[in-house]
Design a protein around this ligand. Structure first.
Ligand SMILES: Cc1ncc(C[n+]2csc(CCOP(=O)(O)OP(=O)(O)O)c2C)c(N)n1
Ligand SMILES: [Mg+2]
Length: 330
């Protein structure tokens, strides 16, 4: 296959991931809004370029850890969509038997811990994963994702310091949407350019357009290679935009949201780019969208129709001996 064909094929794969993450997260917010899903959901709508890009260049053996907006990474890494949806519906055939919900998705079948309700915990957990990979699986990396406000916690600074000192194979990625809940970042953060924080820990740091998968891949590839070669960690800040905070909690007016979507929506922008380069046609786009909707509709149906837990299920999975990932009976 020529380089050009290979490039077109790769970029269509990335586009498919963008669509898959978008559709699943969109359905999740709509069903949540209608009261079909309980608990708390934190969608990554508007930020899909980051999981789509990283899942394309990371190896399955690499480890991904995220903060509280990590569902897109689980989906893009090839997580089990039916089990995901069963989890969202609180069913026993969910990833965690319906006990964890959207914010605590962990599935070592895809080496992904895509959620953590404790803002900032992801950075130190990622540091631990990097330490383990360095000792046990040489050449593998940990990619750790989190929001920009969480970089104001001590955990971020401890993690970067330790990772740099021990030359751990980690890429720290800030999903910079400019808001902590709905406060502007400059109200809570002293530095103007977050990637400058890397200098304090003697590691490379860069900021990039976080709405374009090609740009993210361009910068992330170098950092991943460096980590694989034993040259230590890096910090990449991906600048993006979130549509909603928790559930469908939207602070901007509909007009403001639409204006921002027209400018930053990674799915629309990438479709436009691929069409202008002759890689995607309107017809193929429609086919891919229909296929994606069908895949997610099947997963939603599976989740909705799954069995609810019974009272004795409250006593299972309390100890590590029956951890979910070791079980095949669910
Ligand atoms: C230790 C801790 N402190 C506070 C909170 C409450 N909280 C939840 S999300 C959030 C803001 C996080 O902002 P950011 O890191 O920018 O991520 P974003 O939600 O924008 O993706 C806060 C303060 C929490 N969950 N955990
Ligand atoms: Mg934020």
């Amino acid at each position: 296959m020529s380089d050009q064909n290979n490039d077109s094929k790769n970029r269509l794969e990335i586009y498919k991931k963008l669509l898959l993450v978008r559709e699943s997260e969109w359905q999740m917010t709509q069903l949540y809004k209608r009261g079909e899903l309980d608990g708390h959901v934190l969608p990554c709508l508007g930020q899909e370029a980051i999981p789509a890009a990283f899942s394309h260049i990371l190896k399955p053996e690499d480890v991904v850890l995220t903060g509280h907006r990590g569902g897109g990474h689980y989906i893009a890494r090839g997580g089990n969509l039916k089990k995901l949806w069963a989890e969202l519906y609180g069913k026993v055939n969910g990833i965690h038997g319906g006990k964890a919900g959207q914010i605590h998705l962990a599935d070592m079948n895809v080496n992904t811990v895509a959620g953590n309700a404790i803002v900032g915990a992801n950075w130190v957990l990622g540091c631990g994963a990097g330490f383990a990979l360095k000792q046990e699986k040489k050449g593998m990396v940990a990619a750790v994702f989190g929001g920009e406000a969480s970089t104001n916690r001590g955990t971020f600074h401890e993690a970067l310091n330790m990772a740099s000192l021990k030359k751990l194979p980690i890429v720290f990625v800030v999903e910079f949407n400019g808001k902590q809940l709905w406060d502007d970042n400059d109200k809570v953060t002293a530095v103007k350019e977050l990637s400058d924080r890397a200098k304090a820990y003697d590691m490379p740091g860069l900021s990039c357009d976080g709405n374009d998968p090609d740009t993210i891949i361009h910068y992330a590839q170098g950092f991943i290679k460096k980590a694989r070669n034993g040259q230590g960690p890096s910090l990449l800040v991906c600048k993006t935009f979130k549509w909603y905070d928790s559930g469908t909690n939207q602070r901007q007016t509909d007009e403001e949201l639409q204006r921002a979507q027209a400018k930053f929506d990674p799915v629309k922008l990438y479709a436009k780019k691929l069409m202008s380069e002759g890689i995607l046609s309107k017809e193929i786009d429609q086919e891919l969208r229909d296929l994606t909707s069908q895949t997610i509709a099947e997963a939603v149906k599976f989740g909705k129709n799954g069995p609810l837990p019974v009272s004795k299920d409250a006593y299972t999975h309390v100890y590590a001996t029956d951890a979910f990932n070791q079980r095949e009976d669910y």
